[in-house]
Design a protein around this ligand. Structure first.
Ligand code: G3I
Length: 327
């Protein structure tokens, strides 16, 4: 492995195109993933709609096959994600629920965490609950969502308490984007975790998704945001790292490649400066190769990852590795 802490990658599995397990690109993906990473996150198949499509139906077969594949190859799994408001991931039975919502959500969390007890090292318990800067809020800091409307901040507290009750070991993360930017959302993150800790809610750490661009946010903002969480004694994970280039480039030039190499280096170096070794939950990149990145869209190409469309290592990988030397 590249470091003394986890180095992870998000992958497709199960039903998805380009599954790392059983697709036309599997062999090429495995050839770059196995030597460079020791943790995987399922990019999709462990989200709520796939694991819990109907109130009394849990479907674990694809996720179980993914976890078994990871373990066969000596790779740990980070679970993503137990609760996420996004329309296309919330099962419709939850959207339309008329019964005891908190009890229903407790069953959701505890059934899934129990199923994967001993099989995953950590969970994103709640994903993307904070409001974006300038947007309306619930309980001052949360986005308006099914969950915040039904329960306010209690949906977050209870999710962590309920997860911990069925698995005393697994690390429990709050995960979000743009919390590394140092704006209102970072302030609100700190209010969220300080409140949780004052109420005795068992949060292990914070996942900074880190979907950044080539020039935003600044390294200074990233480092101080990571440090603010580390200073509270929590674990810190970079959970979905990618470096989008399309704000500055319409093709992936040599200049773009070198700037991206430096950017990956600087983000990893900022993480190492900000987070003491014992609190490093690791760094995960959000995808294997540029062609399959969520940012790379038809008509709007991008080159955000460590391997190119031919699975060749990019200069970005060298920047990433250089920063890790000795760590
Ligand atoms: O299952 C359908 C398939 O039947 C259909 O043919 C195909 C056509 O587009 O879509 C398939 O589902 C897609 C799914 O990925 C599986 O590949 C969805 O449309 C698509 O919306 C979904 O996108 C994922 C997105 O989350 C929404 O869940 C991305 O791959 C994934 O990278 C992205 O990841 C999120 C993190 O979970 C949370 N943080 C932000 C990050 C980036 O958006």
């Amino acid at each position: 492995s590249l470091a003394a802490f986890p180095i992870g990658v998000a992958v497709n599995a199960g039903f998805e195109n380009n599954s790392i397990i059983n697709s036309g690109t599997s062999a090429q993906q495995q050839a770059v993933v196995f030597p460079n990473f020791n943790q995987m996150t399922a990019g999709n198949i462990m989200k709520m709609g796939y694991l819990h499509p109907q109130e009394t139906t849990f479907t674990f077969d694809q996720a179980d096959a993914f976890v078994a594949f990871a373990h066969t190859n000596g790779i740990d799994v980070h679970g993503h994600t137990l609760i996420w408001h996004a329309d296309y991931q919330v099962p419709s039975f939850m959207t339309n629920y008329t019964g005891d919502f908190a009890a229903m959500l407790k069953t959701h969390v505890q059934t899934i965490v129990s199923h994967f007890k001993g099989q995953v090292v950590s969970w994103d318990v709640v994903n993307e609950a904070l409001a974006d800067d300038g947007q309306p809020t619930v309980d001052n800091i949360l986005r308006s969502s099914l969950f915040s409307q039904k329960m306010g901040q209690a949906f977050i507290d209870q999710a962590f308490v309920n997860a911990r009750a069925v698995d005393p070991q697994v690390d429990l993360f709050y995960n979000d984007y743009n919390i590394e930017a140092g704006g209102q959302k970072t302030t609100n993150l700190l209010a969220l975790i300080d409140g949780m800790r004052s109420r005795g809610v068992p949060i292990t750490g914070v996942g900074f998704q880190m979907h950044v661009t080539i020039d935003w946010p600044t390294i200074t903002a990233i480092e101080s945001s990571l440090k603010a969480v580390a200073d509270r004694g929590l674990k810190v994970k970079i959970s979905e790292l990618d470096v989008s280039m399309k704000s500055a480039y319409t093709s992936f030039t040599a200049d773009a490649a070198l700037r991206q190499q430096q950017r990956y280096h600087d983000i990893v170096a900022a993480y190492l400066r900000a987070v003491p070794a014992a609190q490093r939950a690791g760094i995960t990149v959000w995808g294997v190769w540029d062609t399959d990145s969520w940012i790379n869209q038809p008509g709007s190409p991008d080159w955000p990852l460590l391997f190119d469309g031919n699975f060749a290592p990019k200069p970005a990988l060298q920047g990433f590795k250089d920063a890790l030397v000795g760590n």
